[in-house]
Ligand binder design. Structure first.
Ligand SMILES: Cc1cc2nc3c(=O)[nH]c(=O)nc-3n(C[C@H](O)[C@H](O)[C@H](O)COP(=O)(O)OP(=O)(O)OC[C@H]3O[C@@H](n4cnc5c(N)ncnc54)[C@H](O)[C@@H]3O)c2cc1C
Length: 364
């Protein structure tokens, strides 16, 4: 196949790839996005869609900075989409019933949240009406999106921006000329571009030469959905002991999640699903009796220091990376895409790009 030349080829059409493509096209680039499957059917489909890190203060500062910036940018991103599909962003707030872990205090948690502008208040009586010994934490501005719908809306927007999407087209390797990347090899032929961006989620490591083995890896999360019923009556995200329940607009409730190192295996198991279900019913007893309609698992793109990899390859010209969203890839997406586009255009950035650079792992 003779290849068309693009300005930029984005490899991987999850939330990172789709938002990156839109941000890069905004700079006037001719952009193509490839996915080896149907676009948006991996982690970005599987996630819970909570637009705030869970127990946010336990993440490294660079993650918090991107997540907080992502939360701020979501309304603008959604308003820019051209699609009949509504991603159902819903500001329900999130209540965490066990916020203070070992070695933490309400004061240190508040200081961290204040540092990134995440509104919060402490409550002595939690959503279930209990007043326990420890206060609950209420985050009134936290929203969730129906992430499969968000993906659909992003995909719908691509053609109107002139972005070409190639589904079922895996990048099998990078093409080089004189040591510089000039495109990607696919089973359907070579595709050429001035620059290539790897956004292949948990599968990215194989496409980024020089990364030490284990820099990027899959982290499985199991989820389930409970049927919509008026008596579910859930009006906020609730979280306790690592398990959360998320209300959707149609009255269904999404329950998650596990954090498992199981390689590229997306299966679910009965015992874990039962445990998630039991915990959800303890967390919000009105869910007892609701039928489970779906069970699934997805693979989060984990990175060795839990910080995304975002920036230029330090040794290979024309190769860029935006991955490693781990548990917060949906929340961070508008911020990571923007940071990438600013870096690629050589503009000043809203956030210091240093902590995300690949140099921390390559060529040190
Ligand atoms: C159970 C679960 C719950 C989660 N909950 C939340 C949450 O509530 N809030 C939040 O912010 N985040 C959440 N996350 C994390 C979030 O979903 C991820 O961080 C994010 O979706 C990662 O997006 P991505 O685009 O990097 O990866 P993916 O969505 O996995 O996309 C990568 C894409 O690259 C493609 N690809 C791979 N290799 C190739 C190749 N060689 N050539 C072409 N294409 C390729 C894949 O097919 C895939 O479509 C959750 C994740 C899971 C699994």
């Amino acid at each position: 196949m003779s290849s068309t030349r693009f300005d930029i080829i984005v490899v991987g059409a999850g939330i990172a790839g789709l938002t990156s493509a839109l941000a890069l096209q905004g700079d006037g680039a001719r952009v193509a996005v490839l996915d080896r499957h149907r676009a948006g059917t991996e982690a970005s489909w599987a996630g819970g869609g909570i637009l705030c890190p869970l127990y946010a203060w336990r993440y490294p500062q660079p993650v918090l900075d991107l997540a907080a910036e992502g939360m701020r940018r979501y309304p603008e991103l959604l308003a820019s989409l051209e699609s009949p599909v509504d991603p159902e962003r819903w500001v329900t707030g999130m209540e965490i019933l066990d916020p203070v872990g070992a070695g933490e205090s309400a004061a240190t948690i508040s200081a961290t949240l204040d540092s990134v502008g995440i509104a919060h208040e402490w409550r002595n009586r939690n959503a279930k009406g209990n007043s326990g010994n420890a206060p609950a934490l209420w985050l009134p501005e936290v929203a969730n999106v129906r992430n499969p719908y968000l993906i659909d809306a992003l995909i719908d927007t691509l053609p109107s921006r002139g972005i070409e999407l190639f589904e079922h087209r895996a990048a099998e390797g990078l093409l080089y000329e004189e040591g510089r990347v000039v495109g990607v090899a696919t089973r359907k032929g070579e595709m050429h571009a001035a620059r290539v961006v790897v956004t292949a989620g948990a599968w990215s490591e194989a496409l980024v030469p020089g990364l030490p083995a284990g820099s990027l890896f899959p982290v499985r999360g199991q989820m389930l959905r409970l049927e919509p019923r008026p008596e579910n009556g859930l009006d906020r995200i609730l979280m306790d002991e690592g398990v959360y329940v998320i209300p959707r607009r149609d009255g269904s409730v999404v329950v998650g999640s596990t954090v498992e190192h199981a390689g590229f295996d997306k299966s679910v198991d009965e015992a874990t699903q039962e445990c998630l279900h039991d915990k959800a019913c303890r967390l919000w007893p009105r869910l007892t009796g609701a039928r489970i309609t779906h069970r699934w698992a997805g693979l989060r793109p984990g990175s060795v220091d839990e910080i995304p990899l975002l920036g230029a390859h330090p040794e290979i010209e024309n190769l860029w990376v935006n991955t490693g969203g781990f548990r917060n890839g949906l929340a961070m997406a508008p911020a990571t895409a923007n940071l990438l586009a600013d870096r690629m255009a050589g503009r000043p950035t809203a956030i210091d790009p240093t902590p995300y650079r690949l140099e921390r792992l390559i060529g040190g």
